[in-house]
Ligand binder design. Structure first.
Ligand SMILES: NC(=O)c1ccc[n+]([C@@H]2O[C@H](COP(=O)([O-])OP(=O)(O)OC[C@H]3O[C@@H](n4cnc5c(N)ncnc54)[C@H](OP(=O)(O)O)[C@@H]3O)[C@@H](O)[C@H]2O)c1
Length: 329
């Protein structure tokens, strides 16, 4: 699939980043002239306190049954010129992260498993705000999951003309499962570990093959690695493995100039825990975990991920950043 005149002249290597005129926009991050392959606004905002840019012209193409618009102009954001892949971006925290990264100018691969309607909503929201994104469907946890994911990712970036490179990988897709030690079954254990641990490793393996200097791997862990949560013992163990993997991988790829960090949310208002907060009392109990007395919002997590994805976090690696609003301090 090609997009005709639509092309993002993205810098995926240090050499190609050299032409990016950052000096003229100090304080606003990177500015990049572009011909972007997705919908846009004429004048808007990409993120708090950052002008989205002024688009000087536009056009629309119908490509392979889909749509794409193109605008010549300038876009400003700290992730302009970067390509990101966010797993599990159809809903919840992943959607929030995809919106935030796209808002900073990254081209975002929006991965989902089966909820195509939710993924389409994420894509529409990104495009509606002037961002650029494409969908990638893959079931993770099965043997071929990571390969399917990257086949879709490669096709998506090729379709937009942004090369094969990946700058930011957010390993967010995950499953939970409430079970105390006596209730755990081998099936539950295998399901949780295959998605949360096994596939996360193989997605990182393939992602790193596409990543150059300045790359970012961000794994979504859980505050359950710090706060004892026997109600979901296997889930907690799986996130412990994510933290350990983060530490080891950071050492492995540090010499390549790539950082690897984890973000550990507490309770965030998403589909994952809707059953746990089905009554006002239950919701208040969960909110009471945080010193701020509320549940986390997807944007709370996305803002931290955006920082870790940016150049500003270059001296942080191998860390698990608590993102729980001070839960159970
Ligand atoms: N919500 C919380 O309170 C909380 C707290 C701590 C950590 N976390 C972590 O944050 C991450 C996101 O959680 P969330 O609450 O946003 O979850 P969510 O709302 O349930 O969304 C899960 C996302 O992962 C995808 N997914 C689920 N199983 C998959 C599979 N087998 N293969 C591929 N994709 C799959 C889903 O795709 P479809 O839409 O296509 O099904 C969806 O995009 C998870 O790693 C979770 O462990 C969440």
């Amino acid at each position: 699939m090609t997009l005709g005149p639509s092309h993002v002249p993205r810098p995926n290597t240090i050499a190609s980043r050299a032409w990016t005129p950052t000096s003229s926009v100090r304080g606003y991050g990177r500015a990049t002239p572009f011909v972007r392959g997705c919908g846009g606004v004429v004048v808007g905002r990409l993120a708090e306190n950052r002008p989205a840019g002024i688009f000087l012209g536009g056009g629309w193409w119908v490509v392979g049954g889909g749509w794409c618009g193109g605008f010549w102009g300038w876009v400003v954001g700290v992730l302009v010129g970067r390509t990101a892949l966010v797993t599990g971006a159809s809903r919840g925290i992943g959607r929030g992260i995809a919106l935030r990264l796209a808002g900073e100018g990254a081209v975002v691969g929006v991965h989902y498993r089966g909820d195509a309607a939710a993924a389409a909503e994420t894509l529409a929201e990104i495009r509606g705000r002037g961002g650029c994104a494409f969908g990638v469907r893959a079931e993770l946890g099965c043997v071929e999951g990571a390969e399917t994911l990257f086949a879709g990712f490669d096709a998506g970036v090729a379709g937009l003309g942004v090369g094969r490179g990946l700058d930011i990988l957010v390993n967010n897709a995950g499953v939970s499962g409430s079970a105390r030690i006596d209730e755990v079954t081998p099936e539950l254990f295998d399901r949780i570990f295959s998605v949360n641990v096994r596939s996360l490793l193989f997605v990182a393996q393939l992602g790193l093959r596409r990543m150059g200097e300045g790359g970012r791997v961000i794994n979504v862990s859980s505050a359950a690695t710090r706060i004892a949560y026997p109600e979901s013992v296997v889930y907690s163990m799986s996130k412990g493995a994510v933290d350990t993997f983060t530490l080891a991988l950071a050492k492995e790829v540090g010499p390549r100039g790539i950082t690897v960090n984890a973000v550990a949310p507490g309770f965030v208002e998403t589909d994952m825990n809707v059953a746990k907060r089905s009554t006002p009392d239950a919701a208040a109990r969960l909110a009471g975990w945080s010193v701020f007395g509320r549940l986390g919002r997807t944007g709370d997590i996305a803002d931290i991920v955006a920082f870790l994805a940016s150049d500003d976090s270059r001296w942080i690696t191998g860390q698990c950043i608590d993102a729980s609003g001070g839960s159970r301090l």
